[in-house]
Design a binder for this molecule. Structure first.
Ligand SMILES: Cc1ncc(COP(=O)(O)O)c(C=O)c1O
Length: 335
């Protein structure tokens, strides 16, 4: 039997960049050594890349790990963290691990309902999580509405903007979280090397936030993370040659996303507009069965029972396998 194609994890289909791979291979001879616990080279590289002060950069075990550390490091007299539902399924766990109570706020269709989130803020709100683009729906929030939202949020409440998929965005009206952080000391931007940079297994994420957020989160973080190979690979990923290669890959992926969305629509499936490296098919009650049938046909996708199915954009051969599996199966779209 042929190996299944895995389009369930939002991974990049591209192999590591040659420069990054070389470094990791060389690093295998140094596995007995502890990493630089302050990640100085990596923090410096990120700070230079984004033009922010190094003391505003935190690095950690993936952006998911950092999300938890940031929440744990904020004002613990406040017990709640708001997040959109449907959004990244790990948020409730990360919030709970950060010592707070997750408060889901229903979506407005595929998008965060920013007005409802702002209305849900109370004196007990520690932080608000925005996911832009949103996992799993692929929808984006635009600059003007996010700025208006931030103006409504009290300065004591930290707004964590999770931009795990930021690099895949092509819509120019989507704000760069780093621009929003400048001048607002209650904004914390989370990013990762797991997705566009293709380093998911090395667990390297970063946060950019003012001193108020950063200081306590550093204390809440784990020591010796990220590991040495992750630090080196992430530094190499920000070098000029790697950045140029990344831009080519991102353009290819955006083209593939358009192509795949069109092909799936051609099969009568509902496909939501996506600015990430995955597509959201809101097939409602058909989700679990659809995902199961695709799995039986050798293509793994992520069902959200009752809501939809999330399909990662793969390379062309993987996407062709998906389309072949779709042809073999059927689904009843929500009316
Ligand atoms: C929205 C979002 N944030 C964070 C993460 C975690 O990424 P990392 O590998 O950096 O922990 C994911 C992974 O799927 C995600 O979808």
């Amino acid at each position: 039997m042929t190996t299944p194609v895995d389009l369930s994890m939002n991974e990049t289909p591209y192999p590591p960049l040659p420069s990054v791979r070389r470094l990791v291979e060389q690093g295998a001879g140094q596995l007995n050594r502890y990493p630089d616990h302050a990640s100085k080279a990596l923090v410096g590289a990120i700070a230079g890349h984004l033009d922010v002060p190094p003391e505003h950069v935190l690095v950690g075990p993936g952006s998911a790990g950092l999300c938890q550390h940031v929440i744990a490091g904020l004002d613990r007299t406040r017990g709640e963290v708001l997040h959109a539902a449907l959004s990244f399924e790990a948020y409730p766990l990360l919030i709970a691990n950060g010592g707070a109570r997750p408060v889901p706020v229903p979506m407005d269709g595929f998008r965060h309902d920013l007005a409802a989130i702002a209305d849900a803020v109370t004196a007990d709100t520690r932080a608000v999580l925005l996911c832009n683009p949103n996992n799993p729906t692929g929808a984006v929030l635009h600059r003007a509405e996010v700025e208006a939202f931030l103006d409504r949020i009290p300065p004591e409440v930290v707004v964590i903007i999770d931009e795990a998929y930021r690099e895949f965005v092509t819509d120019p009206d989507v704000p760069d979280g780093i621009d929003l952080y400048r001048g607002r000391d209650n904004v914390c931007v989370l990013r990762t090397f797991s997705k566009a940079y293709g380093l998911a297994t090395l667990r390297v994420g970063y946060a950019v936030a003012g001193a108020r957020v950063g200081a306590a989160s550093r204390m809440a973080g784990m020591v010796f993370f990220p590991g040495g190979l992750g630090q080196a690979a992430a530094v190499a990923s920000l070098a000029a040659d790697a950045t140029a290669e990344l831009a080519t890959r991102l353009a290819d992926l955006a083209a593939e996303r358009r192509w795949l969305a069109q092909a799936l629509t051609g099969y009568g499936l509902p496909v939501a507009p996506s600015e990430a490296n995955f597509l959201w098919l809101p097939v409602g009650d058909g989700s679990a069965g659809f995902a199961q049938r695709l799995g039986e046909a050798g293509v793994l996708v992520r069902p959200y029972p009752g809501h939809g199915v999330r399909i990662t954009v793969g390379d062309r051969p993987a996407n062709e396998r998906l389309l072949a599996a779709v042809r073999e199966t059927t689904v009843s779209p929500v009316p």
